[in-house]
Every structure is written in structure tokens, then in C-alpha cells.
Design a protein around this ligand. Structure first.
Ligand SMILES: [Zn+2]
Length: 192
């Protein structure tokens, strides 16, 4: 269980300290649920929350982050990561979902937001279907203060799974809207 850090307890009347959290893992590992859990708790505490996701990911509702268990939170779909800087405004917490689909600029932007005093929570796939690091995720993990790797259950043997196994022969890295075509698998079953 990730316990949220509390950075600002002795900093009244000074500039707030920002930081970056990364929630990563395979498909079916509950990344988005964990992102939503953190964002909802911040919102309950009356913090201003903004949420962004790449507009490439339109599997579910256009303007909502929706996790697989349907607990959802309103979000803004954007084309390029630079838009986050313009749209984040005076919010305290910036959530970014499906970050693996964003351009590399997201790394610089996450740093900039955190440097401005914002809490930045990034969720995304750490590996693609071939088991390679996915998009900007490795760099985001490198610059983050906190990383939480969540796991799925292997759909073959029931062990702890951290791979997204693609059941079809399509070789493009990005294949959207086809969650039926994937299985969470452990290391052993991924290489079967
Ligand atoms: Zn397995």
C-alpha cells in the first residue's frame, strides 16, 4: 500500500514542495484504479485536481478516465503533453493516465509542474506487449520521487503477473480498443 507523503507540514507561508508519483504495471493491474484512489482522496480534502489523458485512448468515455471496474473521474483528453502546462492552471494535483502514449516532452512537463509545487501523479504501462519499456515511462520513473508498481494475476497460472501478453499476431506497439486481445501473464507464462 502506498502511503501518500506529506511534504508541506512545516512550510507555512513558503513555496509549496511538489513531487512526482508514478503508478505503473501491466494491463489488468489496477493502475487507473490506484490513480483514481489517490485523486479522489485529494479531492475530498478540497485540493484542486486536474486530470489528463492522451486523446488516442478512447476505449471508454471520451471525457472520463474510466478504470476497468468503472469507478471513474472526469478528465481532459489532449493531443500533446504540452497542453497540460496550459491547462493545469492553479491546481494542486495533476493526474496523468495512460502516460505511455504521450510524447517524450511529458518528462520535462512533469518536472516543471512538480517544480511549481504541484503533486503530479502519472499512471501508465511500464512495458509494451513485447516486454520492452513503453514510451516515456522509464524516464518518468527515473525522475519520480515515488514509484508504485502494481501487479495483475497471471491468467494462465495464477502467479503474480507483470507482462501484457498479446494473443494476436499484430506487431504494432499501439493497438487500441482491444483489451480482449490481451492477457496478464507472469514471466514464465509470458515466454511460453
Ligand atoms: Zn503464469
Amino acid at each position: 500500500m502506498f502511503i501518500e507523503p506529506y511534504h508541506n507540514q512545516h512550510q507555512q507561508n513558503t513555496i509549496k514542495t511538489g513531487w512526482i508519483e508514478v503508478v505503473c504495471g501491466s494491463m489488468f493491474s489496477g493502475k487507473t484504479e490506484e490513480l483514481i484512489r489517490r485523486l479522489n482522496r485529494a479531492r475530498i480534502a478540497k485540493q484542486k485536481v486536474a486530470i489528463f489523458k492522451p486523446s488516442i485512448d478512447t476505449r471508454y468515455h471520451q471525457a472520463n478516465i474510466v478504470s476497468h471496474n468503472a469507478s471513474s473521474i472526469s478528465s481532459t483528453p489532449i493531443q500533446n503533453s504540452i497542453e497540460i502546462l496550459h491547462l493545469a492552471g492553479d491546481c494542486d494535483v495533476v493526474g496523468i493516465d495512460e502516460a505511455q502514449f504521450f510524447d517524450e516532452k511529458i518528462v520535462e512537463i512533469a518536472n516543471q509542474l512538480a517544480n511549481e509545487g504541484k503533486r503530479v501523479i502519472v499512471a501508465g504501462l511500464d512495458m509494451d506487449f513485447q516486454g520492452n519499456p513503453f514510451g516515456p515511462m522509464p524516464k518518468l520513473m527515473a525522475i519520480a520521487e515515488y514509484i508504485t508498481k502494481v501487479h495483475a494475476v497471471c491468467m494462465v497460472c495464477g502467479d503474480v503477473a507483470n507482462y501484457s501478453y498479446r494473443k494476436t499476431a499484430i506487431k504494432e506497439q499501439v493497438m487500441l480498443g482491444e483489451t480482449d486481445s490481451y492477457e496478464a501473464r507472469c514471466r514464465k507464462c509470458f515466454h511460453l
